[in-house]
Design a protein around this ligand. Structure first.
Ligand SMILES: [Ca+2]
Length: 516
């Protein structure tokens, strides 16, 4: 079986990048106009940080909570479960076109919910992606621009205590909140999940742990725990949910899998792939045996997550909570196993052409695309497919929009809430999404990206010869860099102008350092 580099044809029969796609580039708008256009629902740019205002806001919230835990119509607030996998590409999921992986439960969520066909991360590595997911602000605005190394964590890099996460907002609106699994936003006590809006934490603070017998923090004590990581995390999630079933809860179940090392996993997860000869990307000089081995192991790790998602979904059904709980499933960024000749993500390294080791910093589609499936009982019609471009920077506004919780007015966030799309409403078209990544661990690259439905421009600061421009319609595999092509000079300039304008809008510190 020949597998395309990335599943492109979806059930709707619409080819992504197809000129008939309803998603259109409307690139004449400057970013501020675009952001305003997205402002139908929680969107705010208030910069006031007065303590008085903050106190008044939370006092009002507490007053409302004291009055009633249900809304005016007597409805109980919906629960929320956020399931975030680590390093999981959309191409690894059946619902996104993979016929070799086994993901019946992720596929079930897609059948029962909405599947986004064009969902992206704003940074293709762990920590900044997670910071943006939780706060609606970009990594450069939070001081987190690459994955946080143990050395950096020790030196004090972490999610600033004054930043506001959406779980913190939910907590203040009466939700019982839990982070179960990966944090990777600082190890020091001031950055601990319990200082960022979580009542409960079970998992690990750093970038990872072993898939079997992991080292977890449990009730504030860090120790080795016996068992498989995804099973242990779901066990704890089920305990938390059962304990808090009578009240609104928000569980962020953030798996370590399928991050490397891919194994070991329980034999029931590896067995289906032991004899698989997986389709792999066709890239010249690929170390085929190695890439196939990784692919088998990756699918096994994905299966270990999927199987446990099945356990969780079954428990929600048993507890009759499925109809009262929104489930959001995504990953922190995408992934390459041989795609473009590289392995891993935005800081991937060459695995082809006799080269192994040197990094290939990138914003390739495989690195920035994420799966995004949202099951919203009573609102989203099962099997819905949405083609609009969305970003994980939108999560903050979207979660509050779905739960009808007003945004705090003392936190400036950058995302656009897309919950109206899920409610079946039309929204103004978004003409572009933006990305950034300052790779400084194990290499150096300072990338900024603008992506429309047709074009992707990647600007490398502090160097003049690495910039990239791809025509995603004619060249979806991103094999022909057209940056220096005079035929598209006008397009390049227009995109560059918009990219720079966006950088100014978020006060990108790199502009002060690179005046090129
Ligand atoms: Ca990751």
């Amino acid at each position: 079986m020949k597998q395309s580099r990335r599943p492109r044809k979806y059930d709707s029969g619409v080819l992504e990048g197809d000129t008939n796609s309803p998603v259109r580039a409307n690139s004449v708008l400057d970013p501020r106009s675009r952001l305003k256009m997205l402002g139908r629902e929680p969107y705010w740019r208030v910069t006031m940080t007065s303590k008085m205002l903050r106190s008044f806001y939370w006092a009002s919230v507490l007053f409302i909570l004291a009055a009633s835990s249900a809304d005016a119509a007597g409805r109980q607030p919906l629960n929320l479960i956020s399931i975030v996998t680590d390093d999981q590409a959309d191409w690894s999921i059946g619902a996104y076109g993979n016929r070799e992986a086994r993901t019946p439960n992720m596929d079930r969520l897609a059948r029962e919910g909405a599947r986004f066909l064009n969902a992206f991360t704003c940074t293709p590595v762990c920590s900044p992606s997670r910071a943006s997911f939780l706060t609606g602000r970009y990594g450069t605005q939070l001081g987190i621009t690459d994955w946080i190394t143990p050395k950096e964590a020790k030196a004090g890099v972490g999610l600033p205590p004054e930043s506001v996460t959406w779980p913190e907002v939910l907590q203040k609106h009466g939700y019982k909140t839990a982070l179960i699994g990966k944090w990777h936003l600082g190890n020091r006590r001031e950055f601990h999940p319990t200082k960022h809006g979580f009542d409960h934490f079970y998992g690990f603070l750093g970038g990872g742990t072993m898939p079997m017998d992991p080292i977890f923090e449990v009730n504030g004590v860090t120790n080795k725990v016996q068992g498989a990581e995804p099973d242990l995390l779901v066990d704890d999630a089920m305990r938390f949910i059962e304990k808090n079933r009578e009240r609104p809860f928000a569980v962020l179940l953030h798996f370590r899998s399928p991050h490397m090392p891919y194994g070991p996993v329980p034999s029931e997860d590896s067995a289906p792939f032991e004899n698989l000869d997986p389709a792999i990307p066709d890239f010249p000089g690929t170390n085929t045996n190695q890439v196939k081995k990784w692919t088998r192991e990756y699918y096994a790790s994905v299966h270990s997550v999927d199987r446990n998602m099945g356990r969780l979904l079954a428990r929600l059904d048993e507890l009759k909570l499925a109809s009262k709980t929104i489930i959001l499933f995504t990953s922190d960024h995408g992934y390459n196993i041989g795609h473009h000749g590289i392995h891993t993500k935005g800081n991937g390294w060459w695995v082809a052409g006799g080269k192994t080791g040197p990094k290939r910093p990138n914003m390739f589609e495989e690195s920035i695309r994420v799966p995004l499936i949202i099951r919203w009982p009573g609102v989203v019609k099962g099997g819905l497919e949405l083609e609009e471009m969305v970003s994980n920077i939108d999560t903050f506004a979207t979660v509050l929009g779905m739960l009808e919780i007003p945004p705090p007015n003392d936190w400036k966030q950058e995302g656009g809430g897309f919950s109206p799309l899920l409610r079946g409403k039309r929204m103004p078209e978004r003409d572009a999404i933006f990305g950034q990544y300052d790779l400084h661990n194990g290499g150096l690259a300072y990338m900024r990206m603008i992506r429309t439905d047709q074009w992707k421009l990647v600007r490398y600061h502090f160097t003049s010869s690495l910039d990239e421009l791809y025509d995603l319609r004619k060249d979806p595999g991103e094999t022909r860099n057209r940056h220096e092509n005079p035929d598209v000079a006008e397009i390049r300039e227009r995109l560059q102008k918009k990219l720079t304008a966006w950088q100014h809008s978020i006060d990108d510190p790199i502009l002060k350092r690179d005046e090129r």
